[in-house]
Design a protein around this ligand. Structure first.
Ligand code: NAD
Length: 254
């Protein structure tokens, strides 16, 4: 059991399935009181019932106040997990880009805006961002996803460096493939890049809890991502050539 989590009021967005549901299950198993949010009300209700939590369905951007009320006025941990896997290139529609910004980035900003005043007053609060390895690296075939996940990572980083001396803890979870509905929808690029090393959603929850215990910002459920991230920073052109080889390999399969 992780002491910081026992009895805590926890909100998990996009928790009707996949990684969010695994996070909700794990927080509940560790003794937290869990608000289960999802756009899909039926799925949110089913997971809430399973974990003895409270379903607060709706758009993740719009439910923060309601979730806090459901927890008796205090959110100890907020998991900004809901996300959209917006694929496509520069030619993706404005609506595709707008949705990706809204769910993958602005929902995090809006939640932090609501939560920070209480957290700073209490000198405590924990913000967990489900980013993606695409937020550290880049996913072939998915410009809106890659760009907005970089944004989500940047926002988590900014929160952490701005408020860490005031008791706010931030974790950025950056997995590669995870066996969820989202992965099934990533098509041939996901089959090539993500599926071969995909892990179960429960492994993501395990990695987060190890990171909470070690008080670590960057959570890498696939440890090899640390090496790719270093290679990208150390030798950008070499890294880009490697990624371009992957792109060409993908093009050859299509
Ligand atoms: N599956 C992967 O390979 C993978 C890898 C890295 C990061 N991620 C990230 O993990 C997070 C969870 O994804 P998942 O793989 O569990 O996918 P998933 O599709 O199983 O679950 C995502 C859930 O979010 C919900 N959702 C979508 N928009 C919402 C909104 N505006 N408000 C509330 N709920 C909303 C969906 O209804 C769905 O239930 C996402 O942020 C995703 O980008 C996934």
């Amino acid at each position: 059991m992780v002491e910081a989590v026992q009895g805590a009021g926890v909100v998990v967005t996009g928790a009707g399935g996949g990684i969010g549901a695994a996070l909700a299950r794990r927080f509940a198993a560790e003794g937290a009181r869990v608000v289960v949010n999802d756009l899909d009300a039926e799925k949110a209700k089913a997971v809430a019932e399973e974990v003895g939590g409270i379903a607060v369905p709706g758009d993740a951007s719009a439910i923060v106040d309601q979730a806090r009320d459901a927890l008796g006025g205090v959110v100890d941990v907020y998991c900004a997990n809901a996300g959209v896997a917006s694929g496509g290139s520069e030619a993706a529609g404005e609506d595709v880009w707008a949705l990706a910004w809204d769910v993958n980035v602005m929902a995090h900003v809006r939640a932090a805006h609501v939560l920070l005043p209480d957290w700073l007053e209490r000198g405590a609060g924990r913000f967990v961002s489900t980013v993606s390895a695409a937020g550290l690296l880049t996913m072939i075939g998915a410009a809106p996803y890659s760009v907005t996940k970089h944004g989500a990572y940047a926002f988590a980083e900014w929160l952490s460096l701005t408020y860490r001396h005031r008791g706010v803890k931030v974790h950025a979870i950056c997995p590669q493939g995870v066996r969820t509905d989202m992965l099934s929808g990533t098509g041939s690029a996901g089959d090539l890049v993500l599926a071969p090393t995909a892990i179960e959603p429960e492994a993501v929850a395990d990695a987060l809890f190890a990171g909470i215990e070690e008080d670590r910002f960057l959570i890498l459920p696939h440890p090899e991502v640390a090496g790719y991230y270093q290679a990208r920073a150390a030798e950008p052109d070499r890294w880009l050539s490697g990624m371009n080889h992957l792109q060409q390999k993908w093009e050859a399969t299509r």
